[in-house]
Design a protein around this ligand. Structure first.
Ligand code: SF4
Ligand code: SF4
Length: 438
């Protein structure tokens, strides 16, 4: 795994795998500083022929093995590419290139122009009667971490955990509405603290929910020996937030001394996935002020390196947190460390409703209430964004239903939900870039 062009062995003939921005960037950097490297071609899993940046594009199967010395994978999907190239006997000649600058570059501007308030209302009306693509679940609002960039430190609402009967009822309602994705990424809290989580995973699968996703701090991942195997098998993705992988990083950024627990859990999950040769995409999400380059030298990262190289565990420095969101105003600059900074609040009172509200993105709260927005809240998760109360016999009907509609029309009339007024994650709905009427 490499993160600087000076690390590439030379002299050599190189195939860059990928035909996106990262591949073009790597070509530029090689040409600027490595005259001993000759770029022969670009590799691509989906294109068979053509040109990119003035060089031929070759499909994995069509690569001329004698025509290059090694392959440098630049694509975000390096785990899948590695598996393909391994199947072709090329893994020994592959490097994965992490574009560290990706984490510090301004993110690309959103595509398509923003819908105005009236158009957002029209978009909402057009979606009525439809089911959303997924439901998020906050199975518990209790957490075992104290991340400096999170509102949990000052969060006072009563802690609750969803019971299995409630979950089963909602899973059945989802299946009845053909909602096929359950995402266990909580508004706040740590899903693995739910002692009944394994039963809920089984219950979701029995109900016919096809895709399950989990976001976790992984502190409890290795505590129960059966849990990693179940998750590797049942989840599509397991996203693990990490402050790096060193004891001091956990103490400083996450406020808890849990490095060894997290590492043990990750190693267990990686061993299981490697032995099976398949399983959940285990994605490390960097949440720290330290540059990705620094965390490559963390002891835990070095332990995981064999798995990272093979794509068993996945890490993308571009996914790191350059700017942290403000938790609707609950987190301020004083809470952050080092070079961490807060994303600015860019919405104004006359802006159109947030996309999460118009599109019916819902998180199910621990008591079974349905709440719009799976991202943020101000002080209470039970707030004015709740559209179905606990025990509602038909909670799916609340999505795009009358209470939901009232929230959208209130927003258009200038009355925004409490969580949204000062939220730095606000984003308006956008029309497709090539649709008429821009
Ligand atoms: S960010 Fe997540 S893991 Fe960290 S304290 Fe908040 S809820 Fe817990
Ligand atoms: S503005 Fe923030 S809190 Fe409101 S719906 Fe959007 S992301 Fe959620």
């Amino acid at each position: 795994m490499l993160y600087d062009v000076s690390q590439l062995p030379g002299p050599a003939r190189v195939c860059i795998y990928g035909t996106g921005g990262r591949a073009a960037e790597l070509k530029q950097r090689i040409e600027a500083s490595r005259p001993d490297l000759e770029i022969i071609c670009f590799g691509d899993s989906f294109k068979k022929g053509g040109e990119f940046q003035g060089l031929p594009v070759v499909n994995a199967e069509g690569l001329d093995r004698d025509g290059f010395d090694y392959i440098v994978i630049t694509s975000y999907f390096y785990d899948q590419i590695w598996a393909t190239l391994e199947g072709l006997g090329l893994a020994e000649r592959c490097f994965v290139f992490f574009d560290l600058a990706a984490g510090t570059r301004e993110s690309a501007p959103a595509k398509g122009s923003a819908l105005g308030p009236a158009e957002s209302l029209e978009a909402f009306e057009a979606m009525r009667g439809q089911a959303p693509g997924q439901l998020n679940f906050t199975l518990t609002n209790a957490c075992n971490s104290r991340c400096v960039f999170c509102a949990y430190k000052t969060y006072r609402e009563k802690r609750q955990t969803m019971d299995l009967t409630t979950f089963a009822r909602i899973a059945e309602a989802m299946a009845g509405s053909k909602v096929e994705v359950a995402d266990f990424s909580p508004l706040i809290g740590e899903t693995l603290l739910d002692p009944g989580f394994k039963d809920k995973v089984s219950c979701a699968r029995e109900a016919g929910i096809k895709t399950l996703r989990l976001t976790t701090n992984a502190i409890l991942l290795g505590r129960d020996p059966d849990l990693p195997a179940l998750l590797v098998e049942a989840m599509e993705t397991i996203s693990v937030s990490i402050p790096g992988l060193a004891p001091e990083a956990y103490r400083e950024v996450f406020g808890v001394d849990v490095y060894q627990d997290v590492l043990n859990g990750l190693l267990l999950a990686a061993e299981i996935k490697a032995a099976r040769g398949r399983g959940a995409k285990i994605n490390l999400c960097h949440r720290s002020y330290r540059p990705a380059e620094a965390i490559f030298h963390d002891p835990g990262f070095e332990r995981l390196l064999p798995y990272l190289k093979q794509g068993v565990i996945f890490f993308d420095p571009g996914d790191g947190s350059v700017e942290f969101d403000n938790w609707s105003g609950a987190v301020s600059d004083q809470d952050l460390l080092g070079s961490m900074s807060l994303k600015a609040v860019r919405s104004r009172p006359d802006d159109p409703p947030c996309e999460f509200i118009v599109n019916g993105s819902v998180t199910v709260l621990p008591d079974g209430a349905f709440r719009l927005c799976p991202c943020r809240f101000r002080d209470l998760i039970h707030d004015d964004l709740v559209i179905a109360q606990p025990g509602d016999p038909a909670p799916m009907d609340a999505i795009f239903g009358p209470v939901h509609r009232q929230l959208v029309t209130d927003w258009v009339a200038g009355r925004r939900p409490r969580a949204c007024v000062n939220c730095s994650l606000y984003r308006p709905c956008r029309r497709e870039p090539d649709s008429p009427g821009k």
